[in-house]
Design a protein around this ligand. Structure first.
Ligand code: HEC
Length: 442
């Protein structure tokens, strides 16, 4: 994040906050985080271990217990680092290991709250010696624009033909007890055969032809979903329940909240996205912080950097990781309409994504005070969330004295999909005893 970027949107948000007066959110966040206890959670690399495998005979002597709903931690407590070290190397659960990838990430979590908000502080060391804040970049080759780089799992990146360029992410899942088994088995309920980068992936055409996933959601790949939204015991991706039944589950709150802080697509505007998992990984109602900066018909960018504000109209690949250069296009801050006649040179780079805090709205814009700073090899992310967002349709309300189930994940060092590190499910108590207990502020 460039300092100027945050100070502009941060100052605006602060001014709006003071003007509203009813929500002294910024002012009340812990002034001294050193006084708040730190819980270290070991996140580990899960490979392709999914819902189906955990219930199969290959998960020796554990399959029946897992079907009955037994907690992963009742057998695996303290084994996270060991599991991660084995799985990341490759083998039956990882057919395409990423050379040198670490098996575990130590995530430090602190929590505090007042009457209005929950304040979370996360810290973790990155494997790469720079912030992962590049995503979907496009490069001009002298004639046309094309996407450049990608996650380390991509063939062209593995072979060295393209650079690793992908944002870091921190994901938080919340269940308030309404999703059967989430307390014991956490995110493994959402991870299935057939999803992106998992075994048994259907073709794009098969997904597009599916009445719910393809035709209603307009998706062409399979992402997270909950077993209760499927009709068969294996919870197959294509055996979806009728839309009315899924609507009833949503009404009853039987979804998992899933929020993601993103190094490129949300952090530059001081936000995290806000979504939920039910029959698919879905976005809350309204508009989140990011969209595309690409005209798909002409394959040209829609916006470029405003040289009057940031000194350049484009970047070069050599600027990646240079903190004095911008790395994200923000509509209201540093962008102007793309000018095809601006004298583009081979090697010019522009983000393929356009961010906007000003255009974000509704429940999808609830995480409007989330700021990450990368320094000395680690991210520190400060996350303010209203205890009750007022959007019960797609959010979980937190109450002082209450406990919710949570799961965390970090996507570290240019990775996407399953190439992340995850936690077993834990509990978060708002001023009550739990794995992570939030401290009540005066
Ligand atoms: C009743 C005890 C028990 C429960 C509950 C249990 N496991 Fe296991 N798990 C085992 C045992 C035993 C093994 C070792 C099996 C083997 O070596 O093949 C194992 C193996 C694993 C492995 C290692 C696979 C490998 O190839 O290295 C993973 C990952 C795993 N379990 C994840 C989970 C998750 C996630 C859950 C919760 C959804 C869970 N387990 C629940 C007993 C359990």
């Amino acid at each position: 994040m460039t300092t100027s970027t945050w100070s502009a949107s941060g100052a605006a948000a602060f001014a709006a906050c003071v003007a509203a007066a009813a929500t002294p959110a910024f002012a009340a966040a812990p002034a001294d985080w050193a006084a708040i206890p730190v819980q270290t959670v070991t996140l580990f690399y899960p490979g392709q271990v999914d819902y189906g495998w955990l219930r199969s005979a290959e998960h020796k002597r554990a399959n029946a217990k897992v079907r009955e709903g037994e907690a992963c931690l009742s057998c695996h407590e303290g084994e996270e680092a060991e599991l991660g070290a084995t799985l990341v190397k490759g083998g039956r659960h990882e057919p395409v290991p990423i050379a040198g990838k670490l098996g575990a990430v130590a995530l430090q979590v602190q929590a505090a709250h007042d009457d209005a908000n929950l304040y979370l502080r996360f810290q973790w060391k990155t494997q790469m010696a720079r912030a992962g804040q590049m995503h979907d970049y496009m490069m001009y080759d002298g004639e046309k624009w094309a996407f450049i780089g990608g996650p380390r799992s991509k063939e062209a990146v593995r072979s060295g033909a393209q650079p690793p360029l992908y944002e870091d992410r921190l994901s938080v899942m919340i269940d308030d007890g309404k999703v059967p088994m989430f307390a014991n088995q956490g995110c493994w309920l959402t991870c299935h055969t057939g999803m992106r980068d998992m075994p048994g992936e259907p073709t794009k055409e098969q997904v597009q032809a599916h009445p719910l996933i393809g035709q209603t959601h307009k998706e062409s790949d399979v992402r997270k979903y909950l077993p209760a939204t499927r009709t068969d015991e294996a919870a197959s991706w294509d055996k979806t329940r009728a839309p009315e039944e899924i609507a009833r589950l949503k009404e009853a709150g039987a979804f998992v909240e899933l929020m993601q802080w993103r190094g490129h697509r949300s952090n530059p505007v001081g936000m995290a996205d806000d979504g939920y998992v039910l029959d698919y990984r879905l976005v809350d109602a309204g508009k989140g912080p990011f969209g595309w900066n690409v005209d798909r018909k002409t394959m040209t960018p829609k916006f470029m950097f405003d040289p009057a504000k940031v000194g350049v109209k484009a970047l070069a690949l050599a600027d990646v990781g240079n903190a004095s250069k911008p790395h994200a296009l923000i509509r209201e801050d540093n962008a102007v309409a793309y000018d095809p006649a601006a004298g583009w040179k081979k090697g010019d780079v522009l983000p393929g994504r356009l961010l906007s805090r000003a255009d974000a709205s509704g429940s999808a814009a609830d995480n409007a005070d989330v700021r990450g700073e990368w320094a000395d090899g680690q991210w520190t992310v400060l996350w303010t969330r209203k205890l009750d967002t007022g959007h019960a349709d797609d959010d979980k309300a937190l109450k002082p004295g209450g406990v919710v189930n949570v799961g965390f994940a970090v996507h570290d060092d240019n990775v996407t999909t399953r190439f992340h590190h995850v936690s077993f499910p834990l509990t978060l108590g708002i001023g009550t005893k739990a794995t992570i207990s939030s401290v009540a502020l005066e």
